[in-house]
Design a protein around this ligand. Sequence first.
Ligand code: GUN
Length: 291
Amino acid sequence: MTEIIDGNAVASEIRDEISDCVETLQAGGVTPGLATVLMSDDPASETYVSMKQQDCEEVGINGIHVEIEPDAPSEELFETIDRLNDDPEVHGILVQLPVPDHVDKREVIRAIDPAKDVDGFHPENVGRLVAGDARFKPCTPHGVQKLLEAYEIETEGADAVVVGRSDIVGKPIANLLIQKAPQGNATTTVCHSRTDDLAAKTSTADIVIAAAGVPELVDGSMLKEDATVIDVGVNRVDADTEKGYELVGDVDYESAESVAGAITPVPGGVGPMTRAMLLYNTVAAASEQHD
Ligand code: GUN
């Protein structure tokens, strides 16, 4: 029987733990604060940010939201980041990506105080993660780790294949999988758009993590029997639905489910975990800043 990995259930447990941590911090006079900054009118980005704010409210984190017109000069964004860096009530800052083309994304990431960089994207935090001394693990890779832990999926000595090499997901997940820490010690291969014969790599893997941003790239014929399949993809594809699209992962769920030992659905797998780990990092940031 294929185990369906229920991200909503695991995320809900984590949110309960976070609510308890928030209460403890509040008893000590500190309310964790997360600032989200949106400089975009992309409907998907707007939805993501409003869900993050909703999550904050649910666990008692003080959510602060700043919107900047997409055609505003980049200075407006940098001034906002400076102000949030200096605000003692803001413990975490998340600038929703992508930012408009006239804004340098790398400069934005570097402008955020690394102690408030709850995305874990700042070069200082990337360096610490790679060195095995993570301050904030990026939310999606951390969420994947927590799912593997919750379902007792053995990574020690396992062959893992990560499909995708993004800075946000592929690279940090691969880094965590090779580390000694829990949910590490895996022999890890990173595949990408220039990989020759992707199926040859995935079909020998005990764990496949699909994070390439390509709809249904990995199907059942490319998997080893009983492999664990973690689908990070969230792709909007045209469909005859009310909204005119549907969300599909990087895995062809139907064919993969019949081969896999365990698999995450889309939606309801990794997505809720990413959101939960942002709350986790915000609480960690607040504790650290008031230590
Ligand atoms: N855009 C898509 N995913 C993310 C994320 O994890 N963090 C930020 N800041 N922007 C995103």
